[in-house]
Structure formats: C-alpha cells, structure tokens
Design a protein. Structure first.
Length: 161
C-alpha cells in the first residue's frame, strides 16, 4: 500500500489538501482501492470495519503479490492520466479529490482493464453526467448497493462500445 501511495503521478491525479496529506489520506485512498477491488461486492456499510478486515486478511503478502498489486495500481494511474483530463478530481481546477469519486473511478478502471487490458474508452461523457454525480455524492454513499452500483457503473461505461 505504501509504495503505491508514493507514486508521484498519484499526487497529480488525486490532489489532497495539506491537512489530508498530513493525516495520511493518500495511504487510505490506496488501501480503499485494493480493499474495494478485491471485495467490493461484500462491503457492508462500515468503511472502517471493511478496511480493517482487509488489512487483517492481507497484512502479509509475498513479493510476487506485492509486485502484482503495484503493477495493477500503476496501470490504473497510467490509464487515468491518459484518458481522464481531470484525473480523479471533479474538475481540472479542483484542489482536492473526494474519496467516493476516487474509489469508484479507480476500482471501475481496474475492473475494466481486467476484462479488456488494451482498453481505449470510446466515450467519457458519463464522467460529467448527473447520473455519475448522483452515484458519487448522494446520501447513503457507503451503502452496499451504492458502492456496487458506482464501481460497476464506471466499469460498464468504460467497456461500452
């Protein structure tokens, strides 16, 4: 988790306030990415418990698994850098990145790339759509249904066409 959180382009794609950087929010973003990627369908409302459970179950991974995780995270960052002008932010000029937006985009991209490794998105209008905004800002953002819906929405939009 820590080496992934330190990838330089990550700061550019997902800027955080100084206060959030000091609280190691970037580490939490990275942890959220892996926890949701591996187990989002089993999320059950408590983010803290979900992340703690993931860390407990995956605290010790071998070098091969670590390399694989780093490579997948880097591929997601490369994809976002290439195709999403605002990165993980809401707008190009935004100074911070909402957690829910980051996790939905990052995990959705990873899932899409797992299905189609040479993916080139045909249409990215959905990123600024009311539908996506609703999925990433509405009440109940941490309900199981919302987590699944927003992650799979990103995956499915990327795989269209």
């Amino acid at each position: 988790i820590k080496p992934c959180s330190a990838i330089p382009v990550f700061k550019d794609l997902a800027p955080l306030s100084e206060a959030k950087e000091k609280r190691d929010e970037r580490l939490e973003f990275t942890l959220r990415f892996f926890a949701y990627l591996e187990n989002y369908q089993n999320f059950d409302h408590s983010v803290r418990d979900f992340l703690n459970d993931y860390m407990h179950e995956n605290g010790e991974v071998d070098t091969q698994k670590q390399d694989s995780m780093k490579a997948e995270f880097a591929r997601v960052l490369d994809f976002v850098a290439q195709y999403f002008p605002a990165g993980f932010r809401k707008t190009v000029t935004a100074k911070s990145t909402p957690r829910v937006r980051f996790e939905s985009l990052a995990v959705g991209v990873a899932l899409a790339l797992r299905e189609e490794s040479s993916l080139v998105p045909q249409n990215l209008d959905w990123i600024s759509s009311e539908k996506f905004k609703g999925l990433t800002t509405s009440d109940g953002a941490n309900s199981r249904v919302k987590v699944i819906e927003r992650i799979e929405y990103v995956r499915d939009r990327l795989l269209e066409g």
